[in-house]
Design a protein around this ligand. Structure first.
Ligand SMILES: *[C@@H]1O[C@H](CO)[C@@H](O)[C@H](O)[C@H]1NC(C)=O
Ligand SMILES: *[C@@H]1O[C@H](CO)[C@@H](O)[C@H](O)[C@H]1NC(C)=O
Ligand SMILES: *[C@@H]1O[C@H](CO)[C@@H](O)[C@H](O)[C@H]1NC(C)=O
Ligand SMILES: *[C@@H]1O[C@H](CO)[C@@H](O)[C@H](O)[C@H]1NC(C)=O
Ligand SMILES: *[C@@H]1O[C@H](CO)[C@@H](O)[C@H](O)[C@H]1NC(C)=O
Ligand SMILES: *[C@@H]1O[C@H](CO)[C@@H](O)[C@H](O)[C@H]1NC(C)=O
Length: 465
């Protein structure tokens, strides 16, 4: 901020009387100064003479602010001299000392008197910004809300800020925190009755103060009422859901039924009681309905009441809860399970060959577990049953032994046959040669013998193996 240059103002010296040292030099006390405003420093020099030889000097922090001489004065008797100097305080003036000096210089024909006033410290204050209020624009009757009032740029120190907070004309208790040059007051607002309330915050530092206000609407929105014709009902019976509101202030409440589980209930928000009718199905068991009330204005409030519907129905068994077939491997750990839906939860019992079977217990599968199980579920509203078959897969021991044996036999058979074939071929060739040699000796052609196959079929006593 540009600091204005101090303006000098003359306060003319009064008449001078007889010679006398300045009896008293008095600097008028200064108030707390607001930054940027003009103030007069006033120094009085009492009973001084001759004033034509008087020099009055105002100093700020050791530096001369203003010097005044009264040479143009005419009087000779003792007089009171007043010197005035206007100052416009700046931030850097804070804490500086102002002194007033009076010097009566009668040299070379007389003495040189000097006297000073006591020092006056300058206290400069500034609050350049408006406080900022932070609170809800709407609060509910009987509930507490936090209200904050913060102000930045506090000079000389945030700790010097003084607050007053009021809500609806009554002053609030609050705590103040500071951070840098910012001070914040925090309190709680509360009202026992609906209506508009004014929240006011005033911050002061030294002679400076600034205020901020905010209007707060205190509203009342009672919990809506949600009614079900019957919260526990039998399947297929008709149920009516009703949502209504007791009085609200300001009046005007929008109501809507919502379904927190399934589809949104088709109804537009309205001011009258809202109704929704349904035929209770099994799937509606545990369905939750919510009655929602909102003010018919820009007050961002909502109140909800919920109710749960219980639908009673007989047992239902399906493939997901109670599968019709299990295929298990012998020796593995398996759990026979069969669950039935129904409200109240049905008791399920399964038997095999008239013997009760434990359900939901992990057991090692035995071969004799295979078979048909008869499962029955019952509750107060009916019963249901279904047959479950269990197949047990196991490896045949006989097969385990016989199969490798069969393979071995097959392989052995192949080996013997192959050898036999090999031997017979070689022997035949050999015998053929022998016979050819024999025939040659007898003069018969070799071809004839070989063609009629006699070599194979007629054993030769001479060359039998
Ligand atoms: C200076 O002024 C004080 C009071 O302001 C006074 O008591 C004192 O006598 C004065 N001194 C002289 C030398 O006049
Ligand atoms: C200071 O004093 C002068 C002369 O007495 C006067 O005109 C002026 O208004 C005063 N200023 C203030 C800020 O009081
Ligand atoms: C100077 O001021 C003093 C005290 O205020 C007063 O007693 C005295 O009469 C004044 N003198 C003159 C000449 O006005
Ligand atoms: C709040 O402050 C405004 C000015 O900002 C004032 O008119 C009003 O009277 C104050 N209200 C209360 C309750 O103090
Ligand atoms: C404020 O504090 C005083 C003293 O602790 C207490 O008596 C008073 O009830 C409080 N006021 C509020 C509005 O809380
Ligand atoms: C409920 O209604 C459905 C379809 O209308 C019907 O199949 C079922 O048997 C009824 N259940 C009872 C318990 O009446």
């Amino acid at each position: 901020m540009a600091q204005p240059v101090p303006v000098l103002l003359w306060a003319c010296c009064a008449l001078t009387a007889l010679a006398g040292a300045p009896e008293r030099v008095v600097l008028e006390p200064l108030p707390e100064l607001e930054l940027g405003r003009a103030y007069n420093l006033t120094c009085r020099v009492l009973n001084v003479a001759p004033v034509t030889h008087l020099t009055v000097t105002l100093r700020r922090g050791g530096r001369t602010l203003h010097t005044e001489t009264c040479q143009r004065r005419t009087g000779t008797g003792p007089d009171n001299i007043t010197v005035t100097q206007e100052i416009i305080p700046r931030r850097r003036d804070h804490g500086q000392e102002i002194t007033c000096h009076a010097a009566l210089d009668l040299t070379p024909h007389g003495p040189h008197f000097e006297n000073s006033s006591s020092a006056v410290e300058l206290k400069v204050y500034d609050l350049p910004e408006k406080p900022q209020l932070q609170t809800s624009l709407y609060i509910e009757v009987g509930t507490r809300a936090t209200a904050r009032c913060g102000v930045a740029g506090v000079f000389p120190a945030a700790g010097e800020a003084r607050f007053t907070l009021s809500f609806g004309g009554e002053s609030l208790n609050f705590t103040v925190t500071t951070s840098g040059d910012t001070a914040t007051a925090q309190g709680e607002v509360w009202s026992p009755s609906p209506g508009r309330r004014q929240l006011n915050c005033t911050v002061s530092v030294g002679p400076v103060s600034r205020s901020a206000g905010q209007s707060v609407l205190v509203y009342s929105l009672p919990e809506p009422i949600l009614e079900l014709t019957e919260s526990r009902t039998l399947v297929n019976s008709s149920v009516t859901v009703t949502c209504r509101s007791p009085e609200a202030d300001p009046p005007g409440v929008l109501l809507q039924i919502r379904d927190t589980k399934g589809d949104p209930v088709p109804s537009a928000p309205t001011q009258h009681p809202v109704q929704f009718q349904l035929t209770a199905g099994e799937e509606d068991d545990g369905r939750e309905f919510t009655c929602e009330a909102r003010p018919d204005s820009d007050i961002p409030a909502v109140k909800r009441t919920s109710a749960r519907l219980t639908v009673l129905y007989g047992p239902r068994m399906d493939d997901s809860g109670c599968p019709r077939e299990w295929i298990w491997e012998e020796g593995t750990e398996q759990t026979f399970s069969c669950l039935a839906r129904g409200n109240p939860a049905p008791a399920v019992e399964c038997t095999k060959d008239g013997v009760s079977v434990s359900i939901g217990v992990q057991q090692q599968v035995r071969r004799e577990d295979a078979g048909t199980y008869h499962c029955k579920a019952a509750n107060a509203h009916g019963s249901a049953s279904r047959d479950v078959t269990v197949q047990v897969e196991y490896l045949n021991i006989l097969l385990l032994v016989l199969l490798p044996l069969a393979v071995a036999v097959a392989l052995t058979g192949l080996g013997v046959g192959g050898y036999r074939y090999y031997c017979s071929t070689r022997i035949r060739k050999y015998r053929l040669k022998q016979q050819q040699a024999k025939l040659a000796e007898q003069g018969k052609p070799a071809e004839q013998m070989s063609l009629n196959g006699a070599a194979q079929n007629t054993p030769d006593p001479e060359h039998s193996v």
